[in-house]
Design a protein around this ligand. Structure first.
Ligand SMILES: O=C(O)c1cc(C(=O)O)c2c(n1)C(=O)C(=O)c1cc(C(=O)O)[nH]c1-2
Ligand SMILES: [Ca+2]
Length: 681
């Protein structure tokens, strides 16, 4: 018989979630978001016996970023385009599915594809933030919508929701993304029963002609300069992490980068620009500001502080401290006092060139202006905007006292456009010249080799690396730690794996057919422990930097993979992506200047999704492989012919002559590829 679908979660159960390890009741496992489970039936001694219990194929083969919620034997999870699935957690039988019907053309409104990081569950309802900005409450038993609200403040700006809602004290909390598109960040709380708005907290100031919304905004205004910032949005989007401490009654949110990235264009080149790249503590009932800690004052590098916020009690200098930990994009691992926001320590967990360290007295980074201020000219930043750690959740084990971080090395060249103004909706705009990747395969290979990923075990008290597990590329998956002495992680090799939590010893590995980026979970039903990985390749790196993802030999294939001891399930054969260059290409007639213009136009308009310099990552079409029919229809496709497939119209952005220049550049790049393939051994 199917399990009950009551989703009977309330404050009592959620506040004590660590005591119910059979369930995975909120995004990070518990409100502390440690992604640690007390379950230990699967452990170091027997993890080698893990086999597939069940698999479930999701509808759309793109990035899968969701952390499933498991309550009383039912799994609630999401796939691309915010589709919600409820399954029997024992066998993967679908109980119901809900497709919010997000228009495929909305894909253009976000940086990193129509991703979704999962649902929240509370008192018989399941909440999903749809990519188009709706927050939707579903009946947990039937999957039927109960209420839906539009969370967006401005339909003319590219807001999207990619993050998972959380529910605290009967309020559903949701932010949004869009700080690469010119938006103003905020988080909103809605009554879980009715959908009525309870409060909204903006993270950056708005129109200076209007009164500030509250005292926190009044204070923030003094840290912004010039007359551009509010027209450019400002940024500070709350696109992923939150945590909650029920005893202190503090809600913690992570805020994102400046919009535009370029502070010269955004804020006359100065100011801390509160509350960008910050951890902000709020009262969950009112949204009232309590404290903030800014990891990257005046951010100009997409150094979001939206990465996992993890709460723990740590023994520091002989005292038990209530801390908050984060490994944001900027490369430093922060330990804060979570009552006050005081910095306890910060040390680099990856190579960093933008700052020499963090001053323990002021809590501010010692920024290397010479190296870091790219408004003065082209600069190579370490880490680059992909971060030393992106959204893939880290875990913390109170047993080992270690944090487990999917670390990456992804340097980037930034070239300024200091005069940038708002370009309109749906345009990737950060105040830089269009990104280019090397077209020469030999140069490209060197850049690919510089992109390194690893799983790092980090001691947050000593602020030291304890062990590492290297991977051939960046963009490895989120992490789960368990009392079985294990950490679980999927990776760019298209594998799922388990390691010893204290020593990093590889203990188990299985194929996933695809890159795995989401964070795994574990749960127990009828005395059986399960481990679930949401598999599916995509997100920022494979889309925009497909050319650098060459070491990740994985096609996107979206599937839920659930393992148990002695499971005997089989993984279907990998999806074959048939790709062949066309026999003949249209004539390459453009001169060198036109091809240069075509490249810049392509990189500015198309590169963020189809791959910069026409080096696709295999998630959506690599345009060097366009067939003869697509070449014939090229202007019509750019004008919206394939809108139902997710290729929006660019008719309003590009003249026919510009479309032709882009087309000529693609014909050239297709020819480049043919020659490369012919000369390959
Ligand atoms: O500034 C923002 O609003 C924002 C939003 C998102 C998002 O919503 O997914 C990402 C980012 N920034 C970002 O910087 C980033 O590296 C990133 C990676 C991904 C992803 O899903 O792979 N999303 C985002
Ligand atoms: Ca960003």
């Amino acid at each position: 018989s199917p399990p009950p679908t009551g989703a009977a979660l309330d404050a009592t159960r959620l506040n004590a979630a660590a005591g119910e390890p059979g369930n995975w009741m909120t995004h990070g496992g518990t409100y502390a978001e440690q992604r640690f489970s007390r379950l230990d039936r699967i452990n170091r001694d027997n993890v080698g016996r893990l086999g597939l219990a069940w698999t479930y194929k999701l509808d759309i083969d793109r990035a899968v970023e969701a952390t499933p919620i498991v309550v009383d034997g039912v799994m609630y999870t999401t796939g691309p385009f915010s589709i919600v699935y409820a399954l029997d957690a024992r066998n993967g039988e679908l109980l119901w599915k809900y497709d919010p019907g997000v228009a495929k053309t909305r894909a253009r409104d976000g940086c990193c594809g129509p991703v979704n990081r999962g649902v929240a569950v509370w008192k018989g309802k399941v909440f999903v933030g749809a990519y188009d900005g709706r927050l939707i409450a579903l009946d947990a038993a039937s999957g039927k919508p109960v209420w839906s609200v539009d969370t967006l403040i401005d339909a003319n700006r590219s807001y999207t929701i990619t993050g998972a809602p959380r529910v605290v004290k009967g309020k559903v909390l949701i932010g949004n993304g869009g700080a690469e598109f010119g938006v103003r960040g905020y988080i909103t709380a809605y009554d879980a029963e009715s959908g009525e708005q309870a409060w909204r907290f903006f993270t950056v100031p708005g129109d200076p002609a209007l009164p500030p919304e509250n005292e926190a905004m009044a204070r923030a205004r003094d840290t912004w300069f010039g007359d551009q910032y509010w027209k450019l949005g400002g940024g500070g989007t709350v696109w992923d992490s939150m945590a909650y401490d029920p005893e202190l009654d503090l809600l913690y949110i992570g805020t994102g980068n400046g919009s535009l990235w370029n502070r010269q264009a955004r804020s006359a080149g100065k100011g801390d620009n509160l509350y960008l790249s910050s951890i902000v503590a709020l009262r969950p009932e009112t949204g009232e500001y309590v404290w903030h800690y800014q990891t990257t004052p005046g951010d100009q590098w997409d150094f979001t502080a939206t990465q996992t916020i993890t709460l723990a009690d740590l023994e520091i200098d002989g005292e038990t401290r209530q801390v908050l930990m984060q490994a944001p994009k900027n490369g430093f691992f922060y330990v804060l006092d979570r009552r006050t926001g005081e910095l306890l320590s910060a040390e680099p967990y990856a190579p960093v060139n933008w700052a020499d360290g963090v001053d323990p007295r002021t809590g501010r980074p010692r920024i290397n202006q010479e190296v870091a201020d790219w408004s003065k000219g082209p600069r190579v930043l370490v880490p680059g905007p992909l971060g030393a750690h992106n959204w893939m959740p880290m875990a913390f084990s109170p047993d080992t006292g270690l944090a487990y971080i999917p670390v990456q090395e992804a340097p980037a060249l930034l070239v300024p456009d200091n005069e940038a103004t708002f370009k309109g909706r749906g345009r990737f705009q950060v105040g830089s010249q269009p990104v280019e990747l090397p077209e020469d395969p030999a140069v490209l290979a060197k850049t690919v080799a510089a992109y390194k990923g690893r799983l790092v075990a980090w001691d947050p008290v000593a602020q030291k690396e304890v062990w590492r597990q290297p991977f051939p590329s960046i963009w490895n998956g989120g992490v789960l730690a368990t009392a079985g002495g294990l950490v679980f992680q999927g990776n760019v090799n298209g594998k799922v794996a388990a390691y010893g939590a204290d020593d990093g010893e590889p203990l188990w590995e299985a194929p996933a057919n695809t890159g795995v980026v989401a964070g795994p979970v574990t749960y127990e039903v009828d005395g059986e422990q399960y481990v679930t990985f949401m598999a599916g390749w995509g997100g920022a790196f494979p889309l925009a930097f497909g050319g650098l993802a060459a070491n990740a030999k994985v096609a996107p294939e979206a599937r839920i993979l659930t393992y148990k001891l002695d499971g005997t399930g089989t993984l279907p054969a990998p999806r074959r992506v048939a790709r062949a260059l066309p026999d003949t290409l249209p004539a390459l007639t453009a001169d060198a200047d036109t091809l240069d213009r075509g490249r810049d136009l392509y990189n500015d308009n198309c590169g963020i999704c189809h791959g910069f310099s026409a080096l696709g990552g295999g998630v959506i079409p690599d345009l060097r492989y366009l067939d003869e029919q697509a070449h014939q229809a090229f202007p019509a496709i750019v004008a919206g012919l394939y809108a139902d497939k997710g290729m929006p119209s660019f008719a309003g952005d590009l003249s026919l002559e510009q479309v032709e220049a882009i087309h000529q550049y693609l014909i050239k790049r297709s020819g480049d590829l043919r020659r490369e393939l012919q000369s390959a051994p």
